[in-house]
Ligand binder design. Sequence first.
Ligand code: PGA
Length: 227
Amino acid sequence: MLIVLNHKSNLEKQEIEKYIAEYKSLKTNDHQMIICPSSCYLPLFEQLELGSQDISRYQAGSYTGEISGYALKSLNVSYVLINHSERAKCLNEGLEIARKKIERAVESNLIPIICVGDTKEEHEQRNHLRKIKEILSQLITKELKEYIIAYEPLYAIGTGIVPSNDDIKEMISMIKETYHTKVLYGGSVDEKNVEILKEVDQIDGFLLGGISLKLSNLQTLLQKLDK
Ligand code: PGA
């Protein structure tokens, strides 16, 4: 499976050094692991497959504080998270910005991991499938050749709430009818619920937030995936 570790803006330098040392003994078996640490730590992870949590919507140039796709590529980054709901919630980023980021990712040869999610209300009112379809149709153009989709219900991220397998199956099946690519599930995945989640055949991997920081729990999760 494809396992993406999203550290968000956690960890200080000493902690990340300890993390890298401990990560070396993690048994990942045949899983493809992609680590998305805080950008400032990307060069410390040179031997591992890397993702960035963000990319500038602009090309390189006079954009103080931004990190261009080309800079990320030069740090051996291969993937980039785009449209994560925390960018919308905390930084007011909308689909137009996400679209520009996808363009910048493609220009600099990075594979976008496009995140989409529905709210509890949309789910309860059965508007959720339509909403996700609409977002994806705005973000994914015919020209986009290589990308991954991460389905992350907004009510599941960091809350401990996980939708039922039937709900996840319904959503990912709908996505896969149109987009023939890998689809990850993300939102409160941990070493306790992964055994249930892995029964959804449509899931190609997981986008992990909280648990990505706890390597012993992550090890348990990986073991349970292999059982
Ligand atoms: P979580 O985060 O696993 O802590 O819910 C997932 C994410 O935001 O990508």
